[in-house]
Design a protein around this ligand. Structure first.
Ligand code: ATP
Length: 260
């Protein structure tokens, strides 16, 4: 399998203070990597480093993040803007909150695609409705012309994921994509992401507190503690026979390991 993304000994600092230390992993086409760890262990920072979104005080101070032959920390803001959304898709915990409340879903989808390529609204609508159908959304026309407040939180999240996928990025970064949802919708979102991997062969990094979701989705798992990799390997191996005491504790903190 083709390697899509490689972190090599990455260190990230905020205001000179290192919060991610010597992190290495690689991601191949169609692979889903789960990143788990306690709050503050550096999971989101690892994703933000890949998008060049560490803000004014944050910086990759050591190592490389290779993507399509380019080292992300060396790229200019303009080059990063060209990658974000198009080559590197992103979804966050609450897509509903990041949608504009006073513009329709259709307008927002069109604008997000038009930001990266010259296209007509009818073309984007056709592609979007086709993807909605493949993801088994009901009333696809109605969704297209709805305002976010007219849809449920779960539906907004599912639309946000479909929107990220319309550009067919080679990698999708998902930060707690199911955390704000109730269990039934969580299941739909997990199934939807797996279906997207199947349809497009997209590689994904999934940051989640929910070991059940990680267990259901990820091929490989990286366990992070205080910005350091405690364990990294195949999901079954890491979750069923954890080597580090930290991973064992993390798993014990989960009431029941459930496969979705
Ligand atoms: N913009 C920032 N400025 C300064 N410190 C930051 C900034 N962003 C994150 N940090 C620090 O970096 C460390 C890692 O934070 P990060 O948000 O990556 O953890 P996390 O594992 O994603 O946590 P959570 O599960 O709570 O989202 C924390 O100590 C946090 O306080």
């Amino acid at each position: 399998m083709e390697e899509i993304l490689a972190y090599q000994s990455v260190e990230v600092c905020f205001a000179g203070q290192a919060v991610v230390h010597d992190v290495s992993f690689s991601l191949h086409a169609g692979e889903i990597l789960g990143i788990v760890g306690e709050s503050g262990s550096g999971k989101s920072t690892i994703l933000k480093a890949c998008m060049g979104l560490l803000g004014n005080s944050g910086m990759v101070t050591r190592g490389d993040i290779w993507f399509q032959g380019k080292d992300i920390p060396d790229l200019s803001e303009k080059e990063l803007r060209g990658l974000r959304g198009k080559e590197i898709g992103m979804i966050f915990q609450d897509a509903g909150a990041s949608l504009c409340p006073i513009r329709t879903i259709g307008d927002q989808i069109y604008e997000s695609v038009a930001a990266h390529k010259k296209t007509k609204k009818e073309e984007v609508q056709k592609d979007a409705l086709e993807l909605f159908e493949k993801l088994h959304f009901h009333n696809t026309d109605r969704i297209w012309s709805s305002y976010p407040f007219e849809l449920s939180g779960g539906m907004n999240q599912r639309v946000g994921i479909a929107m990220a996928m319309l550009m067919q990025p080679s990698v999708l970064l998902a930060d707690e994509p199911t955390s704000a949802l109730d269990v039934a919708v969580q299941r739909q979102v997990v199934e939807e992401m797996l279906r997207l991997r199947e349809l497009f062969g997209t590689a994904m990094i999934l940051v989640s507190h929910d070991i059940g979701v990680v267990s259901a989705m990820a091929d490989t798992v990286l366990v992070l503690k205080d910005g350091q990799v405690m364990e990294y390997g195949k999901t079954a191996q890491v979750l069923q026979t954890p080597k580090s005491e930290y991973t064992q504790k993390l798993l014990k903190a989960v009431p029941r390991l459930r496969r979705i």
